[in-house]
Design a protein around this ligand. Structure first.
Ligand code: IMP
Length: 429
């Protein structure tokens, strides 16, 4: 049975956790392929609100295996805290697995993240300061420490002896030496490795065996296409590859083993941190979206920047990821608006351009071309089927569908698990 990939179509926080949770009901396995504790996936259930950073959102379904794949950068302290907090709330974690190849975030990674942001000053990326960028830099620089190293004291000491002196140089003047003592780090991380050991597996084999046995596998990507290190608003991006291709790599599957790529989009746009955002609103409507949408970061609590739906960036993401289905979340946030704008084109220096430009400062100069649609000014949060939606809400979704060129099959109308409207491919909105 081929796998399903869930990715973000914008700049993150689209509600991927909610969509994964909804689909995980029928899945045997959910794999998290990328990102680190920088990610925050929220799921609202009868038992309350769950915020996941590293643990896949499928964990709330008892029959579902949850796998943290090789492409994830794992902070063991954060992972164990997350596991303890979930256990306290009665969540069964006996089916949680961790790849032995996943890279580890050590205390010097957040320290380097802070130092790097401070050095960049006015050009700071606005990272989550979780050490994500420095950990992925070490990984591709072949200086990373991986989960398997935490299970082998001699190997760990050897790796630390090699990398810590360099970190000491990079952090001179920024941090005290507490994060840079090889013996202390080795002792602490071997102890953490012992606690993680029961979860550690060759995750790619587990995933491949599940696919070979005809099990339903969902790959739940973190972050989003416009934050991708190649195709996003570089350098205002994350350091991993949150595309469908990146999800394959991080989960240990090939493109021929996937038949469904679901891109999740908010009915409007948000982003956190710096970088271009052509449809950003700095007015009352922007504040209304922030308030009604509760647009504050799951990981950092930062207020998110808000704006209209950007169908140019959206269709770019749909094409790059070979998206087969779209989920539109938070439609209800737009319920009070008399009219709604969609960005249907970009203009740069007076000329129409088709796709996001490569240089961030150029992207920052792009002017959005808007189409104005009538609002519906009615409550959509109690809709239980697409037929319950007001005609103008359906028109708005149809227009998004046309612009993205991909069918909208799921619509979120509120934070709760039940507030998702399903629509079979091909049915009218
Ligand atoms: P980093 O991933 O912490 O290095 O941050 C790089 C950029 O990605 C910053 O603009 C962050 O705000 C953004 N980012 C990272 N993780 C998320 C996320 O889960 N949601 C939204 N933005 C994110």
């Amino acid at each position: 049975m081929p796998a399903t990939i869930i990715i973000g179509g914008q700049w993150g926080d689209e509600g991927k956790g909610k969509i994964t949770d909804a689909l995980a009901e029928r899945a045997h396995m959910v794999v998290r392929p990328n990102g680190s504790t920088n990610a925050g996936h929220t799921v609202v259930t009868d038992q309350g609100v769950f915020k996941f950073h590293l643990v896949p959102s499928g964990v709330l379904h008892p029959g579902c295996d949850c796998v943290i794949g090789a492409g994830v950068a794992v902070d063991p302290v954060q992972l164990l805290n997350e596991i303890d907090a979930l256990r306290e709330r009665g969540v069964d974690l006996s089916r949680l697995f961790l790849s032995d190849r996943a890279n580890v975030i050590l205390p010097y990674h957040p320290a380097l993240d802070r130092a790097e942001e401070e050095r960049r000053a006015t050009h700071s990326i606005g990272t989550t300061l979780r050490g994500n960028g420095p950990a992925y830099s070490d990984k591709v620089g072949r200086k990373g420490i991986r989960v398997a190293d935490l299970l082998d004291e001699a190997a760990l000491r050897d790796r630390l002896e090699l990398v810590v002196p360099e970190k000491r140089l990079l952090l001179a003047g920024f941090e005290d030496d507490a994060t840079l003592d090889v013996a202390a780090l080795a002792e602490q991380y071997i102890a953490l490795g012992e606690r993680l050991a029961p979860l550690v597996v060759q995750a790619e084999i587990l995933v491949q065996d599940a696919l070979a046995a005809g099990k339903r596998v969902i790959v739940e990507s973190a972050q989003a296409t416009m934050l991708d290190v190649d195709y996003g608003t570089y350098p205002y991006v994350t350091s991993s590859m949150p595309t469908a291709a990146g999800a394959c790599q991080g989960a240990g599957i090939g493109p021929t083993q996937v038949d469904t790529v679901i891109a999740v989009y908010k009915a409007y746009t948000t982003r956190v941190g710096g970088g271009p955002f052509p449809t950003e609103l700095h007015d009352e409507t922007g504040q209304m979206l922030r308030d009604r949408g509760n647009e504050y970061g799951t990981t950092t609590g930062r207020p998110r920047r808000t704006g209209w739906f950007d169908a140019v960036a959206g269709s770019y993401a749909a094409r790059l990821n070979g998206v087969t289905e779209v989920a539109v979340t938070k439609l209800d946030v737009l319920d009070t608006l008399p009219e709604i704008r969609i960005c249907v084109g970009y203009r740069l220096d007076g000329k129409a351009i088709e796709a996001p430009p490569a240089v961030a400062s150029v992207y920052g100069r792009v002017e959005p071309v808007y189409e104005v649609l009538p609002g519906w000014q009615a409550d959509t949060s109690c809709a239980t089927s697409v037929d319950d939606l007001p005609p103008n809400a359906r028109r708005y979704l149809e227009r998004i569908e046309e612009l993205l060129g991909v069918p909208v099959t799921m619509i979120g109308v509120g934070p709760d698990r039940q507030q998702i409207l399903h629509r079979p491919t091909g049915a009218a909105v």
